[in-house]
Design a protein around this ligand. Structure first.
Ligand SMILES: [Zn+2]
Length: 330
């Protein structure tokens, strides 16, 4: 649904609530506290009264939108804005589009990404697959030496220290060489700096993608991702010549392409996963500018969700459906 359709369909609080109620309960509300279907009439504030346990509840009670102070309408509009934007939406944009405070917009953005992650958990890839890793810079402008021209080194160093601290907090270790920029322990031979976070992904030709922020990209790390998401008996995996894939023959039928010699062999290549990385990088640079490592997994999940739903027009309803799922608290 685009924004005009949304504003026509959801022009009142009640229309939003009824839509969500239908998705959550179908025709008749069920008490989220005791499970009773013996529910009285709707109150003026849109809450229901349960005759079974005498409590009142709303459509968001005990869901992922529980305790939200925002009207449901704001959530539905936010879902529409976010699913409408191919490259992602920054909190700044949500703030403008929805007329809400920046902090609220930021919270909404993250909540939506959590709802997207729910969808990514059930992915199973099969058939002709491509796997690759890439590196996402957290705050590239502050750390790429080319971009710090004119900035005294005294200013850069504390920022680098912060960055190192941030990396350590998420479990990535590295050594800082004297006189050289810091190099990650992750894969020093590839010459990547510490300011880049590894992300590995697998895409099914003409199908879904999965991608995760990695703590390392050794054979063991990459194998874990394959075990988690791939039907190994029914798949062929295409990778580049990176050494982490050398032993992939042990777990899956594997084609390794040496990119120093060629990029494609008889139609076998890693073009699809590379296109996905291009989408991710363009989105992160274009919309989010700076992504802290802590939140990078959520941003990656957003791009995975959007890629996998690229041909379907129900991203909006999927978000509503996920937001209305009951929390398992009792
Ligand atoms: Zn009840």
């Amino acid at each position: 649904m685009n924004l005009i359709e949304i504003s026509e369909k959801f022009n009142s609080d009640l229309s939003c609530i009824e839509f969500a109620e239908k998705i959550r309960w179908g025709k008749k509300p069920i008490c989220p506290y005791c499970g009773s279907k013996n529910i009285g009439a709707r109150n003026k504030d849109y809450r229901w009264h349960c005759k079974g346990c005498d409590k009142t509840f709303s459509v968001t009670t005990n869901t992922h939108l529980h305790n939200t102070r925002l009207p449901l309408k704001t959530w539905l509009y936010a879902f529409a804005v976010v699913t409408d934007a191919k490259k992602g939406v920054s909190a700044k944009q949500l703030e403008r589009n929805l007329g809400i405070h920046y902090e609220t917009a930021w919270t909404i953005g993250h909540k939506i990404r959590e709802l997207m992650i729910m969808e990514n958990k059930d992915i199973e890839l099969t058939g002709l697959l491509e796997m690759d890793e890439t590196y996402i810079g957290g705050k590239p402008r502050k750390f790429n030496s080319g971009d710090t021209k004119g900035i005294p080194s005294k200013v850069v160093i504390p920022e680098l220290d912060d960055r190192i601290k941030e990396l350590k907090e998420v479990g990535i270790s590295f050594k800082r060489g004297r006189g050289n920029s810091a190099k990650s322990d992750l894969d020093p031979k590839r010459g990547r700096g510490t300011n880049k976070i590894p992300v590995a992904g697998i895409v099914q030709r003409n199908g879904d993608v999965i991608a995760e922020v990695m703590h390392g990209i050794t054979y063991a790390d990459l194998k874990r991702l394959v075990n988690k998401y791939v039907d190994k008996d029914e798949s062929v995996m295409v990778t580049d010549e990176y050494k982490g894939y050398n032993k992939f023959n042990n777990i899956i039928e594997h084609i390794q392409i040496d990119h120093q010699r060629m990029y494609s062999y008889k139609g076998v290549n890693t073009n699809s996963i590379e296109s996905f990385w291009a989408i991710v990088k363009r989105g992160i640079i274009g919309q989010y500018h700076q992504v802290s490592i802590k939140h990078l997994p959520n941003y990656i999940a957003e791009f995975v969700f959007k890629y996998n739903n690229r041909n379907i027009d129900d991203m909006f309803e999927t978000l509503v459906k996920n937001s209305m799922q009951s929390l398992k608290t009792n």
